[in-house]
Design a protein. Structure first.
Length: 491
């Protein structure tokens, strides 16, 4: 097995297979495979083993077998393994970034940034692993003692999306391992190779067999159904669409499985009359175009005060027009392809709907000739409130701009959505910015900043954007159970 655990350019699965189970690389139990495609060309990259129900059950068994030893492993040792994984990811940034570009399509610079971000979860939770503590004290009424203990929740199962194939995996894997829990991971079918690479890295870092089991598959419902139907699985974490999240929540309820859900977003980006417009444009490019806009916290709706709307639109439009679209590894490219042609068609449909309702295309870039799933950077203006693009997650490089004069009315419009993941506010007046931030119904707010994600901060939303938090000190708590012991100990 090489560094990334796979032959990146092979046209068939490795002889031993791509299902990483109990520390071994295996074919799917029934021998099935499926193709992974390069979004820049549409061509198949290689065939990957497609795990099924039998593999899902075997993975639970491997995780359960490894659980007792890992639970008893000193936190310092867990921390050392995670630190080693962090160092390996940083050491092999270029190889991992190229792998992400190959299966996800994003521009190389975005892929490099993702590897750095993903690695930081290993470092952050390596440090948090040794800080999980217990409490001991006298009962207020006297006569006995309170002991409060933290224990690993048990076997954990994860489903991760294709838009951040490294970071969404490490954001879940790292706190689970730090807390003492074994992991089952089903990566997105479009991007399994990065997850397999992370498994190889953790093995090299010294992670014992059975603590991370990675099941690539194109039959997610069968695999996840086995996991959620088995009472040995005690924690489930999902990142993806709100619609899929609702279905998985219903399945998890049957066994009362502890869940964390990071679901869809519809982030407003507010530019106040007193904003530093140049800073707002810079932040807007970060918030809109990171990862080609295929990001759950991407700015989805731009609310710009009429006093600065013309200046912001002109400068932001110029920045969007300068975006270079093409294959992610090509020199100078800052916008790679979308994940597939279905995504492109959906984005085009949202733009067409907005235009049909009266919006104008102020800026639209060019896309390369030939194959690939490309959509140009696009700015829409005069967007009416009933346009679908203001109510549905775009998940692409399209920025609809609408204006406001009254702050209360703008806040009402910004909050008129079932989603509540992220929002952005630009104002020179810190008091105004904080007042607006507190009124916006989102789990995260960027104030004069277009980049939100930080492994040291809690990530998550409100309303139908999810349940629970990942990252920060809260991230490891999601994998711990609290036990209270009443101790009759003579005072």
């Amino acid at each position: 097995m090489n560094l990334v655990g796979i032959d990146l350019l092979a046209k068939a699965p490795l002889a031993e297979g791509d299902v990483f189970l109990g520390g071994r690389w295996l074919p799917a139990a029934d021998g099935r495979t499926y193709p992974v495609h390069d979004p820049a060309t549409g061509d198949p990259v290689r065939e990957v083993s497609a795990a099924g129900p039998e593999d899902a059950r075997a993975a639970i068994g491997a995780a359960q077998e490894a659980a007792t030893g890992w639970r008893a492993t000193p936190p310092r040792r867990r921390s050392e393994i995670l630190h080693a994984a962090f160092a390996l990811m940083r050491e092999h940034t270029d190889a991992l970034a190229r792998l992400i570009v190959l299966e996800n399509g994003k521009a190389y610079r975005d892929a490099v940034a993702e590897v750095g971000y993903a690695a930081e979860f290993f470092r952050w939770f390596a440090e948090e692993a040794v800080r999980v503590g217990s409490a001991f004290g006298d009962a207020p009424a006297g006569g006995y003692r309170h002991v409060v203990r933290k224990h690993p929740v048990g076997v954990t199962a994860f489903v991760t999306p294709w838009n951040f194939p490294a970071a969404m995996a490490t954001r879940k894997i790292a706190p689970a391992l730090a807390a003492g829990c074994p992991v089952l991971l089903k990566p997105a079918p479009q991007t399994p190779l990065t997850a397999l690479a992370i498994a190889a890295l953790l093995t090299e870092a010294g992670l014992p067999d059975g603590l991370l089991n990675v099941l690539p598959t194109d039959r997610a419902a069968e695999v996840v159904g086995v996991w959620l139907g088995d009472d040995r699985v005690r924690k489930f974490s999902f990142t993806g669409s709100t619609a899929t999240g609702r279905t998985l929540l219903a399945q998890a309820a049957a066994n009362v499985v502890n869940v964390t859900m990071e679901l869809g977003g519809n982030a407003p980006f507010v530019v106040c009359a007193d904003a530093d417009v140049d800073a707002a444009v810079h932040g807007a490019m970060d918030a809109k175009m990171r990862g080609g806009g295929e990001v759950c916290i991407a700015a989805n709706r731009f609310y710009v005060h009429t006093d600065v709307a013309a200046e912001f639109t002109r400068k932001f439009g110029a920045a969007m027009a300068a975006v270079r679209t093409g294959p992610g590894l090509a020199d100078g490219v800052t916008l790679g392809p979308m994940i597939d042609q279905t995504a492109v068609a959906r984005i085009r449909d949202l733009v067409a709907d907005a235009v049909a309702r009266g919006a104008r295309i102020a800026v639209q870039g060019e896309v390369p000739d030939g194959p690939g799933h490309f959509h140009p950077a696009t700015v829409l203006v005069d967007v009416p409130d009933d346009a679908r693009v203001l109510h549905e997650e775009v998940f692409g490089p399209v920025a609809p701009i609408t204006t406001f004069t009254d702050e209360d009315e703008m806040v009402a419009r910004a909050n008129a959505t079932v989603h509540g993941l992220a929002s952005y506010v630009y104002s020179r007046d810190v008091g105004r910015a904080l007042r607006l931030a507190e009124r916006l119904e989102t789990g995260m707010v960027g104030v004069n900043r277009g980049l939100l994600s930080d492994p040291a901060a809690p990530f998550g939303g409100v309303k139908q954007s999810g349940l629970g938090r990942e990252g920060g000190r809260e991230g490891i708590e999601a994998f711990l159970e609290t036990q209270y012991i009443a101790l009759d100990w003579p005072l």
